[in-house]
Design a protein around this ligand. Structure first.
Ligand code: NAD
Length: 408
């Protein structure tokens, strides 16, 4: 079993082997500033009381308020949230957002709850942590299984408790409730801009064959954006299984199919394979967009993609990184590739604080400029230090956190 937090710390150690950093900085980053564990009581529809375990980890706020999503998943625990919070601190620094790193979660399979129960649970999480978050303290957002609607319930609960009128404590809200234009597709689109900046450097064809694990917010949007920009999406998956269609999936039709059938499996013209098989398909670009620890020492030897771009957090283990590096398969790391989400979340926070509303065109233009620029900075750093993109992205982030800590 791969422990995500141990993997995260191993990644940190490997980056700091390439470039030395201040020992005080490293000892601060070896653990989170605060870990909050809460028990959330929910009166279920059948009248029974159920207690759910929830978390908020505030990892580091050297560069700004703690920032990071809230995950609802049965496998979510404090260790996973700790790893995700650490990655957020680095991710905000890689794209130079004025934010620190945090993350939250609840151990739950939301698919087993009614809508009323889901709302009670979400509001319950806010009641437990309301005193610990706030627009200048800690700004949560969506992650796996949390939606704009859930963010709206949470923002509403926070306002009820605190009387807050700024509406900048939660991002990823629906646009009509103070959300930013473009937040929905932001992670997939940001990944596309990173790919766009790096594709020629990596000798990728102009039209790539793309396989995507996961078809939720991130994977579903990435599939639409890549296929809308001249690439061929040959495979996608959800938690049930994966589908493959060698001549290309009609992604818009697949979205419609999934809405009706709640899975991608069975899409007309496709054949079903396993999630494991999707990862080892022959393709140009593999985009893991589901969960951690998908590419490990057990399957890294069998990967046939020319490049991997991590839109999920932590999908590749350090042992797999070594194998892929030796095989000459570059990995565009999560803390760069999926940072479009936190970038537009930060735009939302800035709009809420200033009482502004930016157009979608404006949001996308700002996002593109940032993702292109930071992707090139990471690529140049990797070339200069003769290292891989993950170590380079870590080093860029650590340099920025270090600089901010010296100004405090
Ligand atoms: P989501 O809940 O919208 O979608 C998750 C997708 O993964 C679903 O299609 C689900 O069926 C699938 N899935 C679940 N378990 C799986 C398994 N074992 N094998 C294959 N597929 C599986 O979540 P999301 O927001 O799209 O997040 C996906 C990943 O992207 C996560 O790692 C998340 O931390 C990361 N991420 C999300 C954002 C964001 O803005 N939402 C930003 C940055 C990173």
């Amino acid at each position: 079993m791969n422990d995500p937090f141990q993997n995260a710390m191993l990644q940190l150690a490997r980056a700091t082997d390439v470039k030395r950093f201040d020992s005080e900085l490293l000892s601060r980053l070896a653990q989170p500033d605060r870990q909050i564990r809460v028990a959330i009581p929910v009166r279920m529809d059948d009248g029974t009381l159920k207690i759910f375990e929830g978390y908020r980890v505030q990892y580091n706020n050297t560069r700004g308020p703690y920032k990071g999503g809230i995950r609802y998943h049965l496998d979510t625990d404090i260790n996973e949230v700790k790893a995700l919070a650490f990655w957020m601190a680095l991710k905000c620094a890689v794209v130079d957002m004025p934010m620190g790193g945090g993350k939250g979660g609840i151990t739950v399979d939301p698919k087993t709850l009614s809508k009323k129960e889901l709302e009670k649970l979400s509001r319950g999480w806010v009641r437990m942590v309301a005193g610990d978050i706030g627009p200048l303290v800690d700004v949560p957002a969506p992650d796996v299984n949390t939606t704009p609607e859930i963010m709206a319930w949470m923002a509403d609960e926070y306002t009820k408790i605190t009387g807050d009128k700024v509406n900048a404590t939660f991002t990823g809200k629906p646009v009509e409730k103070g959300g930013s234009e473009g937040r929905g597709p932001a992670t997939g689109l940001g990944g596309f801009y990173v790919f766009d900046a790096l594709a020629r450097k990596m000798n990728l064809p102009q039209s790539c064959r793309v396989a995507i694990q996961g078809f939720g917010n991130v994977g579903g949007n990435a599939a639409e954006i890549f296929s809308g920009n001249g690439h061929t999406v040959i495979a996608v998956s959800d938690r049930a299984a994966a589908i493959v269609k060698e001549d290309g999936i009609d992604v818009l039709a697949l979205h419609e199919y999934k809405k009706k059938n709640r899975t991608v499996v069975g899409f007309p013209g496709s054949r079903t394979i396993t999630n494991e098989d999707l990862l080892t398909l022959s393709c140009d670009l593999l985009i893991p967009s589901a969960l951690e620890n998908q590419i490990t020492e057990h399957n890294a030897h069998d990967i046939q993609a020319k490049v991997i771009m991590e839109l999920a957090n932590g999908p590749t283990t350090p042992a797999a990184d070594d194998i892929l590096f030796a095989r000459g398969i570059p990995v565009i790391p999560d803390i760069l590739a999926n940072a479009g989400g936190v970038t537009v979340s930060t735009f939302e926070w800035q709009q809420n604080l200033k009482g502004e509303h930016w157009s979608q065109a404006d949001v996308f233009a700002k996002l593109k400029t940032i993702m292109h620029k930071e992707a090139m900075i990471v690529f140049t750093k990797a070339t200069l230090l003769k290292t891989d993109l993950r170590r380079a992205a870590f080093i860029v982030a650590l340099e920025r956190i270090d600089k901010a800590s010296k100004h405090k």
